[in-house]
Design a binder for this molecule. Structure first.
Ligand SMILES: C[S@@+](CC[C@H](N)C(=O)[O-])C[C@H]1O[C@@H](n2cnc3c(N)ncnc32)[C@H](O)[C@@H]1O
Length: 465
């Protein structure tokens, strides 16, 4: 290890900041967050810094640094662009055994600032020993996205229960085991959600009572980067996952390695798990004390039968939570560069689904022929010709633009653009993979616009026009 990681308590202690420019402001902000009393010394001091350090807790000294400035300070930060000053500060501080940091010069430092994820009281510090600052920020960003906001509440909750926990479990090993079990139980989720009484029933009683719970989570349309932070967190904490056919493999790759994975997909033309069986599985697994993740394509409440699963859980009195996801309509539209509404083209958007019977789709077509309305059809290819025929028959112009998006948002996304009169023929000549989504309306013309930053060609997607 090149450096010893420590978290330094500078609350109400004097820290010396040499330098008065923008970098000094950044360091001052950090020291202020940790409650330090700051002395800033520099011939020129930014007005913003001076204002931030007004009041008697801090001191602003307008002149060059002198060795005696170090007296009574527990830490010194040199944030000047003058290498001679930086060297002097470093040398004097080291002579007096005061930890010193010189910004952007690890060789003059005895301490370095890590990148931090601040969810106080939880603070994660990341360092590459001053060797690769960009990598440090990248790692910090990744950790940031993995730590849920609820961890703040969880840490505070555990802090307030420390003494009670000691009374209930006087033995240190027993206490540690209990806390570890608690963190993996619904009690931790309860504490993160501010339900302290529910958490107490698990933390401060004899055995961990595993009641089981179900999370109905939207996994988005395909691109794993479109998962929400909450979905990712639950994917790491679940015991068992029941997932649809629509879940991309790259999304499943992000599941906790040892989670049990159960496929309950329904694919057109293939044997599928009946909804009642899925509902029963959710209830039975939760009764067995499992933390169950029901991972559904897109958003669970948009053509996802999430409502039926929720009703089954309510009937069985199972604790549950619904986590929304990006629905295919908005994901595919965004990745194809088609705005679903636009002041000039469409003032409303309608999401529609239906099942073709003998090639025909029964829908309220009269309500879908207004030229200022975008219609998004969540339907497979089977209904495409019926959609085009019915829209034309009910009065929408046969020149109305239409886009078919296959495997939207994945690296195999394919966008076919045409009109109500020619799209069926274009699709017939092309090999299109499931799932597909259809967008009808004037907004589709924007998909091919050269000014459009999402232009399908620029995104490297195959487009057939
Ligand atoms: C049963 S619906 C589920 C919708 C999902 N709950 C949502 O919010 O996106 C399935 C239909 O969504 C559409 N779909 C879902 N993901 C898609 C994707 N990545 N690309 C194209 N269409 C998709 C297809 O029309 C598919 O037939």
């Amino acid at each position: 290890m090149d450096y010893l990681p420590l978290h330094f308590d500078v609350r109400d202690r004097r820290c010396l900041l040499v330098g008065g420019g923008q970098i000094a402001i950044r360091k001052a902000n950090l020291l202020l967050r940790a409650g330090a009393r700051i002395t800033v010394v520099a011939p020129d001091i930014d007005a913003q810094l001076e204002e931030r350090l007004s009041g008697d807790r801090h001191q602003v000294v307008r002149r060059e640094f002198r060795a005696e400035d170090l007296n009574d300070h527990v830490l010194v930060v040199s944030a000047t662009s003058d290498s001679t000053v930086n060297q002097t500060v470093s040398k004097e501080a080291q002579t007096q055994c005061i930890p010193v940091n010189v910004v952007d010069n690890p060789t003059l430092c005895t301490v370095i600032f890590p990148a931090i994820v601040d969810r106080s009281p939880v603070v994660v510090s990341v360092s590459t020993g001053g060797q690769a600052p960009v990598l440090t920020s990248d790692i910090r960003r990744r950790i940031e996205s993995l730590l849920p906001e609820g961890v703040v509440r969880l840490a505070r909750y555990l802090g307030t229960r420390r003494n009670r926990l000691k009374t209930v479990f006087p033995d240190v090993d027993q206490r540690r085991r209990k806390t570890t079990e608690f963190l993996d139980s619904p009690g931790a989720t309860a504490a993160m959600g501010g339900r302290d009484e529910e958490a107490d029933n698990i933390l401060l009683t004899g055995d961990v009572i595993r009641t089981g719970e179900v999370y109905i989570v939207g996994a988005g349309p395909g691109d794993p980067d479109l998962l929400t932070l909450k979905a990712l967190d639950l994917m790491q904490r679940c015991d068992v996952v029941l997932h649809d056919a629509l879940i991309d493999d790259r999304v499943l790759d992000r599941l906790r390695r040892d989670a049990e994975i159960i496929y309950v997909g329904k694919k057109a033309g293939a044997p599928s798990t009946p909804q009642s069986v899925i509902n029963d599985q959710l209830v039975n697994l939760a009764h067995a004390g499992k933390r169950v993740l029901r991972l559904k394509g897109g958003d669970p409440f948009i053509f996802g039968r999430g409502g039926e699963e929720m009703e089954a859980l309510i009937d069985a009195a199972i604790p549950f939570e619904i986590v929304p996801g990006i629905t295919a309509g908005s994901g595919c539209a965004a990745y194809a560069g088609i705005p679903l509404t636009h002041r000039d083209y469409a003032q409303s958007v309608r999401f529609v689904t239906g099942h073709p019977k003998e090639g025909q789709v029964d829908l309220p077509w009269d309500e879908m022929v207004n030229d200022n309305q975008t219609i998004v059809f969540y339907m497979g290819l089977g209904g495409l010709s019926s959609i085009c025929e019915q829209m034309i028959a009910h009065g929408r112009a046969d020149t109305t633009p239409i886009a078919l998006i296959a495997k939207g948002t994945t690296d195999k996304q394919r966008v076919l653009v045409g009109t109500l009169s020619d799209i069926v023929e274009k699709v017939r000549k092309t090999d299109v993979a499931r799932p597909t989504l259809t967008i009808v309306g004037q907004v589709v013309t924007l998909a091919s616009s050269e000014q459009n930053p999402h232009n399908v060609k620029r995104r490297g997607q195959i487009s057939v026009r």
